[in-house]
Design a protein around this ligand. Structure first.
Ligand code: ADP
Length: 508
C-alpha cells in the first residue's frame, strides 16, 4: 500500500506530540483537582474544629431557643461553608445561616434550605464509632448530591461539653467543578492550538525536505528516460544549507562525473570506429582491386596483398590496444573500489631493475650503432643509472609500460639521436626516466598526449604504426599501480618521460 512519507512522518509526529500533550495536560489537571479537593477538605475540617472552640455558645442559657445561630463561626469567615451541630439524636443544636433575615435557613452554595443533617449516614456512623483506634474523635468525609449539586460534607464527633454531639460542615463543590471545567477547556484548546501549529510546522518541514528528494527522484527518472546527463537538481533548500542540500550537490557532482564518463565513452566509441575504418577501407580496396583485376601484374598484386597485410596487422594492434585499455580500465576501477591490495596475490613484488634490463636487452639490437654494412639501424640506446629496487605490481603490465615508452622514444628520435634509460630511487619512489634527443612535443600538444587516440603528428604517428593509445595505456597502468607519469619536452631537442612507482616496503 502506498503511504506517502510526508503523511507518515506527520502522523507519526502528531501521535507523539498528542501523547506528550495528553500526558502533560492530564498531569496538570490531576494535580489541580487533587489540590482543590484537598484544600476543600482542609477548609471543612478547620471549620468543624473552630465550632468546637465555640462550645460556650451551646451552654444552658441558649438551650431554650434551639437551634443557635453560629455567628462567631460566620465571623471567622465560613467561606461558603455551612455548619450544623447536632446532638446524639441528630437534633439540630446550632447552625450557620446564610440568610440574615431567616436565621434558620441553612444553605450552601446558593441552595435553598438544606437537609438536617447533611449526611445522615455519616452522622450515624460517627455516633456508632465515636473514637478511632488511637483515641481521637472520629471523623469522615463524604460527598452527597443535593439539588443537582455535589456537596462535600465533613462529619466530626465531639464530646467537649455534653454526652457527645456531631458537627457537620458542608460546602458546595460547584465552584471547584467550574474552575476544573475551565482548566480542562483551557488545556484542550491550548493543546489543540499547539497541535495545529506543530502539525503545520511539521508538515512544512517534511514538505520542504521531501521536495528536494522528489526533485532528485524526478531528475533521476528523467535522466534514465532521456539519457540526458546534463540535467541538474537545484541545490538551494528552503531551510538553508543542510544535509539535503549537500546531498543534492553530491548528486549533481555524480551527474557531472557520469556525464563526463558518458561523453568520454561516446567519444571513445566514435574514435575507435573511426580508427578501425581506415585499415578496413584500405584492406577492402586492395582486395577489391585483386578481385576485379585478375590480370593485374604480379608486382602490383603482391604490393596490394602486402598493403592489405600491413593494414590487417595495424588493425590487429589497434584491437589489442583497445582490449588492453578496456581491461586496465576495469582493473583500475576494481583497484579503486578495493583500495590498493598488496596481499591478494594479483599484485606482487617486482624487481624493476631486472624488468628494465630485460626491456633494454630486447631493444638493444634495434638500437645498435652499426650493422655489418656500417649503417645505423636506429638511435643509440644507452643505459645510465640502474638501482636495484622492488615495486608492487604486475610484472607484465609494468613491462608493457616500459616497452611503450621506449618504443615511442625510438619511434620519434632520428637515427643519429640517442635514447637513454635510467632507474633511480627518490625517497619512497622508484624513478624511471626514458629520455630521447628526438623531435620533441609542442607545448600545445603536451597536455593531450595521454588522451585516447591523440597523436601530435597524425601522419607521422600513423606512418610509424602508432594508434594514439600507447600513452593512454601507460597512464592507466601507472595509475593503477599508485604511480605517476610525467613528461618534459622541448620541440626539436627531445623528450623525457618520468615514471614514478611506490617502492615496495621491505617488511612484507
Ligand atoms: P602513438 O601510438 O601515436 O605513438 P601514443 O599514445 O604512444 O600514441 O603517443 C601519443 C602522441 O604523443 C604521439 O602521437 C606522439 O605525437 C607523441 N609522443 C609520444 N612519445 C613521444 C616522444 N618520445 N617524442 C615525441 N613525441 C612523442
Amino acid at each position: 500500500m502506498y503511504f506517502p512519507l510526508q503523511l507518515r512522518l506527520t502522523l507519526f509526529y502528531a501521535v507523539l506530540l498528542g501523547l506528550a500533550l495528553w500526558f502533560f495536560g492530564n498531569t496538570v489537571y490531576t494535580q489541580a483537582e487533587q489540590r482543590a479537593y484537598t484544600d476543600l477538605d482542609t477548609t471543612l475540617s478547620s471549620r468543624a474544629a473552630s465550632v468546637s472552640l465555640g462550645k460556650g455558645l451551646l451552654s444552658g442559657q441558649y438551650k431554650a431557643a434551639l437551634p443557635n445561630l453560629l455567628q462567631s463561626v460566620d465571623e471567622l469567615g465560613s467561606g461558603g461553608v455551612a455548619i450544623e451541630v447536632l446532638d446524639n439524636n441528630l437534633n439540630l443544636l446550632a447552625t450557620t445561616a446564610s440568610n440574615a433575615n431567616d436565621p434558620l435557613q441553612i444553605s450552601v452554595g446558593g441552595l435553598g434550605n438544606s437537609p438536617v443533617p447533611w449526611d445522615i449516614q455519616a452522622a450515624q456512623w460517627v455516633l456508632r464509632h465515636p473514637f478511632s483506634q488511637n483515641g481521637e474523635a472520629s471523623s469522615v468525609y463524604s460527598t452527597i448530591t443535593y439539588q443537582g449539586q455535589h456537596i462535600r460534607v465533613y462529619t466530626l464527633f465531639n464530646r467537649d461539653f455534653d454526652a457527645g454531639h456531631v458537627i457537620q460542615t458542608a460546602r458546595s463543590e460547584q465552584d471547584i467543578e467550574q474552575s476544573l471545567r475551565d482548566l480542562r477547556s483551557l488545556l484542550w484548546s491550548g493543546g489543540a492550538l499547539v497541535m495545529v501549529f506543530a502539525l503545520l510546522g511539521g508538515w512544512f518541514i517534511t514538505w520542504s525536505v521531501l521536495r528536494m528528494v522528489r526533485r532528485m527522484t524526478k531528475t533521476a527518472h528523467s535522466i534514465s528516460a532521456s539519457r540526458d546527463f546534463s540535467q541538474r537538481v537545484p541545490t538551494g533548500s528552503v531551510l538553508g544549507k543542510d544535509e539535503l542540500s549537500t546531498l543534492a550537490a553530491t548528486f549533481n557532482e555524480m551527474l557531472a562525473n557520469l556525464e563526463e564518463a558518458y561523453w568520454r565513452q561516446q567519444r571513445f566509441v566514435a574514435d575507435a570506429s573511426h580508427e578501425l575504418r581506415a585499415p578496413i577501407t584500405s584492406i577492402r580496396c586492395n582486395l577489391d582491386l585483386l578481385a576485379t583485376a585478375p590480370d593485374l601484374p604480379a608486382e602490383e598484386a603482391r604490393s596490394a596483398l602486402a598493403d592489405a597485410q600491413a593494414e590487417a596487422a595495424r588493425m590487429g594492434r589497434l584491437v589489442n590496444d583497445l582490449l588492453t585499455l578496456a581491461r586496465s580500465d576495469d582493473a583500475a576501477q576494481e583497484a579503486r573500489a578495493n583500495g590498493y591490495k598488496k596481499d591478494t596475490g594479483q599484485v606482487q613484488k617486482v624487481d624493476l631493475d631486472s624488468l628494465l634490463l630485460e626491456v633494454f636487452r630486447q631493444y638493444k639490437p634495434a638500437g645498435e650503432d652499426v650493422n655489418d654494412d656500417n649503417k645505423q639501424q636506429g638511435p643509440r640506446l644507452l643505459l645510465q643509472d640502474i638501482t636495484p629496487v622492488q615495486v608492487y605490481g604486475d610484472a607484465d603490465q609494468l613491462k608493457q609500460v616500459l616497452v611503450a615508452l621506449l618504443d615511442n622514444a625510438l619511434k620519434y628520435t632520428p637515427y643519429e639521436g640517442s635514447v637513454s634509460l635510467s632507474l633511480t630511487t627518490d625517497e619512497r619512489y622508484a624513478v624511471v626516466k626514458v629520455s630521447d634527443t628526438g623531435i620533441g612535443i609542442l607545448p600545445e600538444d603536451l597536455p593531450h598526449i595521454f588522451e585516447r587516440f591523440y597523436r601530435a603528428d597524425r601522419a607521422r604517428s600513423r606512418e610509424r604504426g602508432g594508434s594514439g593509445l600507447g600513452l593512454t595505456i601507460v597512464q592507466s597502468i601507472v595509475q593503477e599501480h599508485q604511480g605517476s607519469v610525467e613528461v618534459d619536452s622541448t620541440p626539436g631537442k627531445g623528450s623525457t618521460f618520468t615514471l614514478k612507482l611506490p617502492v615496495a616496503s621491505e617488511i612484507d
